[in-house]
Design a protein around this ligand. Structure first.
Ligand code: UGA
Length: 411
């Protein structure tokens, strides 16, 4: 938004992040983000971060972009959204002109109307629609290419409480060339969940077909290619493997299933998508056990910890459940990831062997499991003579089979 010429005030409760941003250093890794921060913070001087909510007084609209966490029952933990709505409400009490609050955080259908608006009204003693506006504007960014996704959106969804709120939000996007869908608030909230649940469903679907294909001696990647030519289906998100991880797809799927339960509806299809996704990574371990007899005291190398390549994010990464199962079966586990080692060292048990490179990890192992398809794992020569079980179609099966004992999770 700053690169589009707007004056941006960022607010966060975390002073470290605020300081980082003000020094044009990004607290997260995203392609091109640091360069753009540098331009906006230092050269254009139109982006500044603070810890004080009162800074909202100097703005026309506030985007709520805080994280929504997962509760242990799968439901959505709204504490950060509630906290920010309360603080924004307190400042709104002092704002003299019309102010628009935009919910960008991913919240289950009904949350903005049921929780956020009442909180804003309570703490501001003002009325939505009359004294201030509310709209929702779900984000569709993919980690690793978030800036590109933001600047080149495929659609912009505006969920408006009323026309005035929607008009103001739409104006912000006048420089963007994507189709804009204006709708009501809870429809916009559902569009976000339906999109992520559908992507998750495609992945579990192709994994299920893949598991069958493997038994039939059919290559799932050929099948996906053939199926994907149909424009009604398309070829994206049909890469079979060990399933989806990350901070969004698994969490949003569980939250939607939980929301269905609150409505006395059993979301059977989504439940199966989730079950399938929990089991799929463990297939790598099953294959290893079958090939090695038992995993007790076997040395297993895991290549890739991040939930996908080009990120250091290991949240809900399939590698984590693979490691837990291997340890439970008495294996010695060695791990390596090009970017995720710092987060892995913080999160994984200390008796895992953290390695510095792929060759280091592979050396001395009884079996290599590939859990993330990083480019540096794609050289078949790394694996000469080894037992390799590929969870992400990282290697070319034909080439790999000439150099090592190669098996794919579902090919
Ligand atoms: C996902 C969605 O793709 C974004 O549109 C959405 O905005 C975002 O969640 C969000 O809700 O914020 P992201 O979490 O960055 O984005 O991850 P994806 O690129 O969607 O990948 C998710 C997982 O699916 C990864 O573990 C990936 O390896 C796996 N995947 C993806 C497959 O197993 N097969 C595929 O064909 C594609």
């Amino acid at each position: 938004m700053a690169s589009k010429g707007h004056q941006i005030i960022c607010i966060d409760v975390d002073k470290v992040k605020v300081d980082q941003i003000n020094h044009a250093s990004s607290p997260i890794r995203e392609v091109d983000l640091e360069n753009l921060l540098l331009t906006c913070v230092n050269h254009q001087a139109n982006l500044k971060a603070y810890t004080d909510y009162k800074r909202i007084l100097n703005s026309n609209m506030t985007f709520i972009c805080v994280d929504t966490l997962s509760r242990s029952d799968g439901g959505i933990d709204l504490s950060h959204v509630r906290d920010s709505a309360r603080e924004i409400g307190r400042v709104l009490a002092k704002v003299r002109s019309y102010h628009l609050v935009v919910v960008k955080s991913t919240v289950v259908p009904g949350t903005t109307e049921g929780t956020i608006i009442p909180t804003l009204e309570k703490y501001s003693s003002k009325k939505v629609g009359r004294d201030f506006g509310v709209a929702t504007n779900p984000e569709f960014l993919q980690e690793g290419k978030a800036l590109h996704c933001f600047l080149n959106p495929v659609r912009i969804i505006i969920g408006e409480h009323d026309r005035r709120a929607g008009d103001i939000l739409q104006e912000i996007y006048q420089d963007f060339s994507a189709p804009i869908l204006r709708t009501d608030i809870k429809t916009a909230e559902m569009i976000k969940y339906a999109a992520n649940a559908f992507l998750a469903t495609r992945i579990s679907f192709i994994n299920e077909i893949g598991n069958m294909c493997k038994k039939l001696g059919i290559d799932i990647y050929e099948v996906a290619k053939g199926v994907g030519y149909d424009p009604r289906i398309g070829n994206k998100f049909l890469d079979a493997g060990i399933g989806f991880g990350g901070s969004c797809l698994p969490k949003d799927l569980e939250a939607l299933i939980f929301r269905a339960g609150e409505l006395n509806y059993t979301a059977e299809l989504l439940q199966s998508v989730s079950k399938m996704n929990k089991e799929q990574p463990l297939r790598l371990v099953e294959i290893a056990r079958k090939r090695l007899g038992s995993l007790e005291n076997k040395v297993v190398a895991i290549l890739g910890l991040a939930f996908k390549p080009n990120t250091d994010d290991i949240r809900q990464a399939p590698a984590l459940s693979i490691i837990a199962r291997l340890l439970a079966e008495g294996a010695t586990v060695k791990v390596y990831d090009p970017k995720a080692m710092p987060s892995a060292k913080r999160l994984l048990p200390g008796h895992i062997k953290f390695c510095d490179s792929a060759p280091d990890t592979i050396a001395g192992s009884d079996c290599v499991l590939i859990a993330t398809e990083w480019d540096e794992f794609k050289d078949e020569n790394l694996y000469a003579g080894k037992l390799v079980i590929d969870g992400r179609r990282t290697l070319n099966p034909e080439k790999a089979k000439q150099l090592c004992q190669y098996e794919g999770v579902c090919w």
